[in-house]
Write a new protein. Structure first.
Length: 366
């Protein structure tokens, strides 16, 4: 059965005729149920099976009042109601439609009842199908929203913002872009040796503890984490001073955490940090429906090399970065260093302690 038609009447109505008519005209196979009391009607209507159309006789005690009440209920007002009345009494007809009923028929036309029911059934079936489609779309929208919210936490914020803008503009690819940025590389000194006898969950717990500190200071200073790489991370900033401030604050907080770890007889977890500024290209690399929008160029490579020569718990910055943050560093911090893959030496500064005294407010060092 595709649904139920409820008839509340003591008139001799042929329910088989109605059912056959609807089937022959391909409206559907409906169960046509006829009752003669309000109580029986309520039992069927509220029984949980659902009713697709109600045909009610106006003289049936309490029926019209019950149907008026039903039409005020958001859950049931879509169910069409056809009222059987004695004659074309204007006042009653107006009252019927004012109450939200959908159609009426007089006793003398009762033989045409199947034809009068037909459009009401069609209308309700269309409404039911529409609501199902709306429900499906709503469910899909919720699933898509959850999916996007989930993915958002696993890609760089910069890429998310670019993709969101391009999607709004109905563009389906992210073009290459030349930028001038400050790049940060950091990794945990000796992490492999430290964790070789630990359970994987312990390793992840330690990483999350220190990465939480790193991410906090990076995003507080308007940076973005491009990616995590094992026990390392690669971050990007548009302003060199914000990059150096973020890493100085991170190292300062981790220093306090490591004092607590020492008191608990745990090994320290210390980042080496390299920072360099300069031109890069943001481009797409990959293939076969799997791409990564990443930062490419000598600036990225140099920052990575500086991280390798930084001491545990320290920060090494390049001359290019120092110039952009606009501070003078002591000669004791300065050195000329050869980096793998470069033709000449570059000027670098191993300057965490000095940077901390210059960049962090007193309350940040407590």
């Amino acid at each position: 059965m595709e649904g139920t038609i409820l008839i509340v009447s003591n008139l001799p109505i042929d329910t088989t005729k109605i059912r056959r008519y609807l089937a022959e005209h391909k409206i559907g196979d409906f169960d046509v149920v006829k009752v003669e009391t309000e109580a029986a009607a309520e039992e069927i209507f509220y029984g949980g099976g659902g009713v697709d159309c109600i045909v009610a006789q106006s003289e049936m005690t309490g029926t019209v009042a019950l149907l008026k009440e039903m039409k005020q209920d958001e859950m049931f007002r879509h169910v069409p109601i056809l009222l059987i009345i004695k004659g074309n009494e204007t006042k009653l007809i107006n009252e019927v439609y004012d109450s939200g009923f959908d159609a009426h028929i007089v006793y003398t036309d009762i033989h045409c009842l199947p034809q009068r029911i037909r459009p009401l059934i069609v209308m309700n079936v269309m409404y039911r199908n529409m609501m199902k489609q709306v429900g499906d779309l709503h469910e899909k929208a919720i699933s898509d929203f959850i999916l996007l919210d989930l993915i958002k936490n696993y890609i760089p914020k910069t890429i998310w913002d670019i993709a969101k803008t391009f999607a709004h503009e109905q563009k389906i690819s992210i073009p290459e872009e030349e930028l001038d940025l400050t790049i940060v590389f950091a990794d945990i000194k000796g992490f492999t040796a430290m964790t070789q006898h630990m359970e994987p969950r312990q390793v992840v717990s330690i990483l999350n503890t220190v990465f939480e500190v790193a991410a906090k200071h990076i995003y507080q200073n308007h940076g973005d984490i491009d990616k995590y790489i094992g026990d390392a991370f690669f971050a990007v900033f548009t302003k060199a001073k914000e990059a150096v401030t973020a890493m100085t604050a991170m190292q300062d907080e981790l220093e306090q955490i490591n004092l607590q770890r020492k008191n608990q007889e745990h090994s320290p977890v210390e980042f080496r940090v390299g920072i360099h500024s300069g031109p890069i290209i943001r481009g797409n690399v990959g293939g076969h429906d799997r791409y990564d929008n990443t930062l490419i160029g000598d600036t990225v490579n140099t920052a990575s090399r500086l991280e390798h020569i930084a001491p545990a718990g320290g920060i090494v910055i390049s001359e290019e970065t120092r110039t952009r943050i606009g501070i003078t560093l002591p000669e004791s911090c300065k050195s000329e260093t050869e980096l793998r893959g470069r033709d000449s030496k570059i000027t670098v500064y191993n300057a965490f302690s000095f940077l901390r005294s210059k960049l962090l407010a007193p309350q940040d060092k407590s």
